[in-house]
Design a protein around this ligand. Structure first.
Ligand SMILES: [Zn+2]
Length: 482
């Protein structure tokens, strides 16, 4: 903890003055302490409302947030709890009106969380537990922390009487992690008027990975990979295992998996990963820095690509990846297998479609006896995948980037803002799909070995949670002040 670059709230007078511009005479400014206490209360409330797909209820969380906005004086018309027919899957959309000089900004955060079993965890996953400098609880990092911070920021602005130069819309939504009825997708399809904006800020995840509390870089999420599952299958007439035949479903599948293991998808950079490696080369040293420069040259150096690709994080930024994640086959110990199946999970670089990767897998397998079928989000299996492509990275416009650099420099002197591609997937896929440039921005910092999103004992550093709260407030003010 002590090695953390402490974010100094008072020591940025120039920035504070800049931020004060555009504020209507503050009614009663919420102190930093009060804002932290409020963020803590909302985080606790959200963690303790189970919002898993199996037994949880996102509507309860959405209504709890709506009540806070009503109580803070937001007009009823600006706080909407809305969603599909499913009573457990409602979203809340709240709007803080600005002067309308520019188009609104939409902020998105998912309220649902991944399943968590009490017996797997050290603490109760649905209680916010404070221990060893961390808040523990399901969703503490993914992403009830961000939900609490975004909600706090709007409540804080409201209490201050701050009038942004554009509307601020916050959508807290259902079914990002799974489930029937994704909230962001549903809102765009059914109530576009509620979420229309110039661009989107997605607080999902964290922008700062730290090393023993020392932040390495501030990653501005600017694009992400596309997720796809494929089912590989082989069939055979089977028979008695005392009389093996030359063809065998399990062996055929195994040989195919072998070819997939050995295959590497082509090296490819886009504007975001290119900018990422340019920045990271400046922040790295030795062979690593040299390799990063060598992959940026024309033509890129294959030896440097090979060395960097061995690091899973760097490798995932340069290649589409496909990996076997499940395996099943046979039906009896003493019978020849009639069927063998594997699941291959792919993370596809922007610009390529799921169907394109399915065709590529068929080529790699080079065996007509192995079928390659697409597994949809709802688990159904299809002969073809979609032609939907990952969106190309949005431009890193100055109105997003410059205030970010200023606020980051004010809070974490020396920390560089680096454009980044997320190897995972988020709801930005839906906003990007309808042409809303979407950026991942969060002031949460966490050590690489503490990243437990979706896992057991998920936690967020307490100090970082409060710094992230202050960061988001400053950033949102900076991008909405004339
Ligand atoms: Zn998330």
């Amino acid at each position: 903890m002590s090695k953390r670059i402490a974010a100094d709230r008072a020591a940025v007078p120039a920035l504070a003055a800049a931020l004060a511009v555009g504020a209507v005479a503050p009614a009663t400014a919420m102190t930093d302490q009060a804002a932290d206490a409020l963020a803590h209360d909302i985080l606790k409330q959200l963690v303790e409302i189970n919002t898993t797909d199996s037994v949880g209820n996102v509507t309860t969380a959405a209504e709890a947030m709506a009540r806070r906005f009503h109580d803070a004086g937001f007009p009823a018309a600006d706080v909407v709890v809305i969603g599909p027919d499913n009573p457990r899957k409602k979203n809340v959309v709240v709007r803080l009106h600005g002067s309308g000089q520019r188009k609104p900004i939409l902020m998105i955060g998912h309220l649902d969380v991944v399943e968590a079993r009490r017996e797997d965890w050290t603490t109760d996953p649905f209680k916010l537990v404070e221990k060893d400098g961390y808040f523990y609880g399901r969703g503490s990092l993914d992403m009830k922390d961000g939900d609490a911070i975004m909600a706090t920021t709007l409540l804080r602005m409201k209490q201050q009487g701050f009038r942004p130069d554009r509307d601020l819309i916050l959508a807290l939504t259902a079914d990002e992690e799974g489930g029937c009825c994704n909230g962001v997708h549903w809102l765009i399809e059914n109530h576009r008027e509620l979420v229309n904006a110039e661009f989107v800020l997605n607080h999902d995840g964290f922008s700062i990975t730290s090393d023993h509390g020392v932040p390495r870089a501030f990653e501005l999420g600017a694009t992400e990979k596309v997720y796809a599952d494929f089912q590989l299958g082989t069939t055979n007439p089977g028979g008695h295992s005392s009389l093996p035949r030359p063809d065998n479903a399990i062996y055929e599948l195994a040989h195919g998996l072998d070819r997939i293991e050995k295959y590497q998808f082509p090296f490819e950079l886009n504007s975001v990963t290119r900018a990422y490696f340019e920045r990271m080369a400046q922040l790295s040293s030795g062979e690593r820095a040299a390799d990063m420069r060598a992959i940026l040259s024309t033509p890129p150096d294959p030896a440097a690509i090979a060395r960097l690709s061995r690091d899973p994080t760097q490798g995932s930024l340069m290649h589409t990846t496909c990996v076997a994640t499940r395996l099943a086959g046979g039906h009896a110990n003493n019978a020849l297998p009639q069927r063998a199946e594997a699941v291959i999970n792919c993370r596809i670089l922007p610009g390529h479609s799921q169907e394109e990767v399915r065709q590529e897998l068929i080529g790699i397998l080079d065996d007509p006896k192995i079928t390659v079928r697409y597994i949809a989000d709802d688990g159904t299996v299809h002969d073809k995948a979609s032609d939907r492509r990952g969106y190309p990275p949005p431009p890193l416009v100055p109105e997003v980037r410059q205030p970010l650099e200023a606020v980051v420099a004010g809070m974490w002197p020396g920390l560089k803002v680096v454009p980044a591609m997320d190897a995972g997937a988020s709801d930005s896929i839906y906003t990007e799909a309808v042409g809303l440039p979407s950026y991942g921005v969060s002031g949460i910092a966490i050590d690489a070995d503490r990243i437990r999103m979706h896992g057991r004992d998920e936690c967020v550093p307490i100090a970082s949670f409060y710094e992230g709260n202050e960061f988001f407030y400053r950033y949102l003010k900076a991008i909405t002040s004339p």
